[in-house]
Design a protein around this ligand. Structure first.
Ligand code: IMP
Ligand code: MG
Length: 197
């Protein structure tokens, strides 16, 4: 990785870039903007599931920072569990979703909230929804930090969306390029593809 000021400290969006595997990325969504949306979504979930103990299902690997931040911001009791799915190779969807680790928890009669980093084609989420719905939860909802509506190819309607974004390749805050860049606190977009927000 070649990185200029990205790991911490102050961002100066116009000049700062990060480079992975020869590809240059520019700032897209700041950690402050992410944090504000995380708090808003966590507040909505806390209101909606007051009196229940929802099971938060974090979709590994990408959703772990988002799920951790959401989970910490909940003001109600909740549990967390993990599933591990893989559909991306490099910068594109492979079209098939591999389940590397399923959900062992009993979810019958429970309020279940799937927490995902990004919905792109929607295939990952559609597959997971089908699987979990067949196990009779009391309710099943989806919170995704990012949503690319123009890329959607499956019937998926997320209940909570942090940011709707164009179909551009992004990294950071859990999102990777071949395993790298997940640790960046901000979200970055491939250079010249999009203006920073
Ligand atoms: P889908 O099944 O096409 O909706 O893909 C969802 C998964 O693809 C996400 O959970 C991410 O892991 C990955 N993904 C989709 N778009 C991007 C991106 O722009 N950058 C990095 N990973 C992405
Ligand atoms: Mg993911």
């Amino acid at each position: 990785m070649k990185q200029d000021e990205a790991g911490g400290g102050t961002l100066s969006p116009a000049q700062t870039t990060v480079t992975y595997n020869g590809l240059t990325f520019v700032p897209f969504i700041s950690r402050q903007a992410i944090s504000e949306r995380v708090n808003e979504i966590a507040a909505s979930l806390s209101r909606r599931f007051e009196g229940s103990v929802p099971l938060i299902v974090c979709v590994l690997n990408g959703a772990f920072p988002f799920a951790a931040d959401i989970f910490r911001s909940l003001t109600i009791d909740a549990e967390i569990a993990f599933v591990r799915l893989k559909s991306y190779d490099g910068m594109s969807s492979t079209g098939s979703v591999k389940q590397l680790q399923g959900l062992n928890e009993e979810i019958e009669g429970r309020d279940v909230v799937i927490v995902e980093d990004i919905i792109d084609t929607g295939r990952t989420m559609a597959g997971l929804l089908k699987d979990l719905a067949s196990r009779s939860p009391r309710s099943l909802s989806v919170a995704t930090l990012l949503f690319k509506p123009d890329a959607l190819q499956a019937e998926v309607n997320p209940d909570y969306v942090g940011f709707e974004i164009p179909s551009k390749f992004i990294i950071g805050y859990g999102l990777d390029l071949d395993g790298l860049a997940r640790n960046l606190p901000d979200i970055w977009v491939l250079h010249e593809e999009c203006q920073a927000v």
